[in-house]
Design a protein around this ligand. Structure first.
Ligand code: SF4
Length: 470
């Protein structure tokens, strides 16, 4: 999961509650369960039907909110967000939810994803006199809604959504209504749950479990769900297009206890490991996984191959966020602090090291070296996804193309660079089958653009990779 050592980061997580007197406290717990989706900023906005209050700040959810601050956020509804800075910089004004106040009402917005036509829309809005106060894509949507305010609010939101392109799950809130939208391809996960009479919205189903809510359904691609004291109404603002949910949510981002489109993430990862064992068998003594996100795939590999699974690598859980440091030197240092090879397990053994993905390759090289230093006689690296060759434009920090080890190297070259005795990646077909189990064909499965280069939306000529400074 993000927050590990890989240099892969999710953009954001969103969580909301409508119709509960402790909505802010519940949202705090929900955001805590989604913390892996963003560790750089967090915020909660509440409404009591008359006024909206916002508190946000830099850092982890428990660093941003004290009990007193949560108690200040009174109201029956709350919208919250955890953020990894992507499009726009990491300034305070970009921490979400964004809250826009006018003389008549207020509008709060929280967003997960990335808009591919944000630059074009920003230029258009500024040309028409709008003044943008943040560098975040999310503000563009607020301005588009404002421009359509001659319409009822739900129609104004749908008008704005029909103009933006890319990947997005949105949570919007006024004093009296909450709106949840998913992009026409459903690239990012977003679900609806219930807790008694209260409605709950979460990027991942693990957010429902932590507060005892039940998962009701996914917000469908191209759907706007309107929640108010009158109930829930679903509207469609875009024609249905085949869902292309991000495959990396299954591979790496989502928590193993979450379900995506009804499929448990841990079980999907186990199937990836099993498929990998079928595609790339090797003679070895033990299988080990890189904690935490690769453990499920390693268990699957071990089950399928009959080679015992062992804890050959241990994660130090008390290191903090050193891995966020962007320089190469600090990143490598972060690996040493976060992981240890267990000599008593790997010494003299032929080890299969299962990892979920390789981004820059530096982490893999360091872990292979660590296992060899601990006495492993051979280290065979098995990756439970295809090589990441292309950048993501949809809100995932897969690094720039130039930094991706697989963008211009063969598997043999990567094998040599990371010092493995052998290296194999899961095939795109193998990944698709592990996720969908034949329920959808390769042409119509999830987004796999970072592996295949087949982007499910247009990529505009001026679409900046969100992690290059805009
Ligand atoms: S390009 Fe890759 S990381 Fe980005 S949405 Fe598609 S599958 Fe996910």
């Amino acid at each position: 999961m993000p927050g590990e050592i890989k240099g892969l980061n999710e953009e954001c997580g969103i969580f909301g509650v409508w119709g509960h007197p402790d909505s802010a406290q519940l949202t705090y717990y929900g955001l805590h369960a989604l913390q892996h989706r963003g560790q750089e900023g967090a915020g909660i906005v509440t409404t009591d039907g008359k006024q909206m209050k916002l508190h946000k700040g830099h850092g982890l959810i428990n660093e941003v909110f004290s009990q007193n601050q949560l108690q200040e956020l009174k109201g029956h509804a709350s919208a919250g967000h955890v953020r990894y800075a992507t499009a726009g910089d990491g300034g305070y004004e970009n921490i979400q939810p964004l809250l826009f106040r006018s003389q008549t009402d207020s509008l709060a917005l929280a967003h997960n994803g990335n808009l591919v036509n944000a630059q074009a829309l920003k230029s258009q809005l500024e040309g028409q006199g709008s003044i943008l106060t943040t560098t975040s894509d999310t503000e563009v949507v607020a301005h588009l809604i404002k421009r359509a305010r001659h319409l009822p609010l739900d129609e104004a939101i749908m008008e704005a959504l029909s103009m933006i392109k890319g990947a997005y799950a949105f949570l919007l809130m006024t004093e009296n209504q909450m709106f949840v939208a998913n992009d026409p391809r459903g690239l990012r996960p977003i679900s609806l749950g219930q807790m008694g009479d209260a409605w709950v919205v979460s990027s991942e189903t693990c957010g429902f479990d932590v507060i005892g809510a039940t998962h009701e359904r996914e917000v469908k691609p191209g759907e706007l769900v309107v929640i108010s004291n009158e109930g829930v109404e679903a509207k469609r603002y875009a024609s249905p297009i085949q869902r292309t949910l991000c495959s990396m949510e299954y591979v790496y981002f989502s928590r193993p206890d979450s379900n995506l489109d009804g499929k448990n993430v841990h079980a999907s990862r186990k199937r990836m490991g099993k498929a990998l064992a079928k595609e790339a068998p090797v003679e070895a003594d033990v299988v080990t996984g890189v904690p935490d996100s690769s453990i499920s795939a390693a268990i699957g590999y071990a089950e399928e191959s009959g080679i015992p699974y062992e804890l050959g690598l241990i994660k130090n859980r008390y290191v903090g966020r050193t891995f966020i440091q962007p320089s190469q030197e600090l990143r490598e240092q972060g690996v040493k602090m976060k992981l240890s090879a267990v000599r008593g397990i790997v010494e003299g053994k032929r080890v299969v090291m299962v990892d979920d993905s390789i981004v820059r390759g530096t982490t893999s090289r360091r872990i292979v070296q660590m296992l060899k230093e601990a006495g492993a006689s051979e280290v065979h690296v098995r990756i439970a996804s295809p090589p990441i060759k292309n950048p993501c434009y949809y809100g995932i920090d897969t690094a720039n193309s130039g930094e991706l080890i697989a963008s211009d190297r063969s598997v043999e070259e990567i094998e040599e660079q990371i010092g493995a005795d052998s290296l194999t990646f899961l095939s795109p077909d193998g990944l698709n089958e592990a996720i969908y189990q034949g329920e959808e064909s390769i042409e119509h499965g999830g987004c796999m653009a970072c592996f295949t280069g087949n982007y499910p939306t247009e990529i505009y000529p001026n679409t900046a990779h969100p992690y290059e400074k805009l």
